[in-house]
Ligand binder design. Structure first.
Ligand code: TYD
Length: 217
C-alpha cells in the first residue's frame, strides 16, 4: 500500500509519519519511510539544489523538471520495489506537491502537470493521501521555528521564503485537489497538537485498510 503525506510548510508531516511508522511496526508490518525530494541518492543532490535559498532566478519549468527527475528516480529505485515486495510505503510529498506548488503556487497548467507526473511515475498513484491542513500563518510559524532550531540552515529557505500569498494558493490548491478526489484523500486538521494529528492520521489509515478488508492485527 502506498500512502503519501501532503501539506504546506510546517504542517508536521515528518513527525506524524514517524509516529505512524512506529505504530505499523508494532503491528508486525515493515513500513518504508521516504520523501520527495531526496528519497534516493540522485534526489539528495537535487534536493540541495531545489531548496538552496542562494539559487536565484530558477525558472518555474527548470524547477519542475528537477522535481520530476527526483520523482522518476525515486519511484524506480525506492517506491516501486518496496510496493512489489509487499511493504507499506509512507512518502513525505509526492505528485500532489507538484500540482499544489508548481500548479496552484507558480501558476503552471495543472493538466500539463498531471501528464508529466504520469510520465515520471509510470502512472503510479498513492492509494491514500493524508492532507495535513492548517492555516498558512500557523504552518509558516512552525517552519520558521524549525529552521531556527536547526541553526538557520540557508538550504531550507527557498520555499519557506515565498510570499504568504504563494502559500495561501498552495493551501487552496491542496484543498481543491482533495475535493476532486475524496476517495483518495483524507483531510487532517493539522493545527491540533501533534498527538491528536497522529491519531487522526491513524484513524484515516485504519479506515482505508478496513475498506480494503485488510484491518490491522
Ligand atoms: P521540505 O523541506 O521537504 O518541506 P517540508 O519539510 O515542508 O515538507 O521541502 C520540500 C519543498 O519542495 C517544499 O517547500 C515543497 C516543495 N516541492 C515542490 O514545490 N514540488 C514538488 O513536487 C515537491 C515534491 C516539493
Amino acid at each position: 500500500m502506498f500512502v503519501s503525506f501532503e501539506g504546506i510548510e510546517g504542517a508536521g508531516k515528518s513527525t506524524v509519519m514517524e509516529t505512524l511508522a512506529a505504530y505499523l511496526t508494532a503491528h508486525g508490518l515493515d513500513p518504508v519511510l521516504t520523501r520527495e525530494p531526496g528519497g534516493c541518492a540522485l534526489g539528495r543532490s537535487l534536493r540541495s539544489l531545489l531548496l538552496d535559498a542562494r539559487i536565484r532566478g530558477l525558472s518555474s519549468r527548470a524547477e519542475l523538471f528537477l522535481f520530476l527527475a527526483d520523482r522518476a528516480q525515486h519511484v524506480a529505485e525506492v517506491v516501486r520495489p518496496a510496493l512489489e515486495a509487499g511493504q507499506i510505503v509512507l512518502c513525505d510529498r509526492y505528485t500532489d506537491s507538484t500540482l499544489a506548488y508548481q500548479g496552484y503556487g507558480r501558476g503552471l497548467d495543472t493538466e500539463y502537470l498531471r501528464r508529466l507526473n504520469d510520465a515520471a511515475t509510470g502512472g503510479l498513484a498513492p492509494d491514500l493521501t493524508l492532507l495535513l491542513d492548517l492555516p498558512v500563518r500557523c504552518g509558516l510559524g512552525r517552519a520558521g521555528e524549525r529552521n531556527r532550531n536547526k541553526g538557520l540552515l540557508v538550504s531550507e529557505g527557498r520555499f519557506d521564503n515565498e510570499s504568504l500569498d504563494f502559500h495561501e494558493r498552495v493551501r487552496r490548491g491542496y484543498r481543491a485537489l482533495a475535493e476532486e478526489e475524496p476517495e483518495r484523500f483524507a483531510i487532517i486538521d493539522a493545527a491540533q497538537p501533534p498527538e491528536d494529528v497522529a491519531l487522526q492520521c491513524r484513524s484515516a489509515l485504519e479506515a482505508h485498510l478496513s475498506r480494503r478488508g485488510k484491518g490491522l492485527e
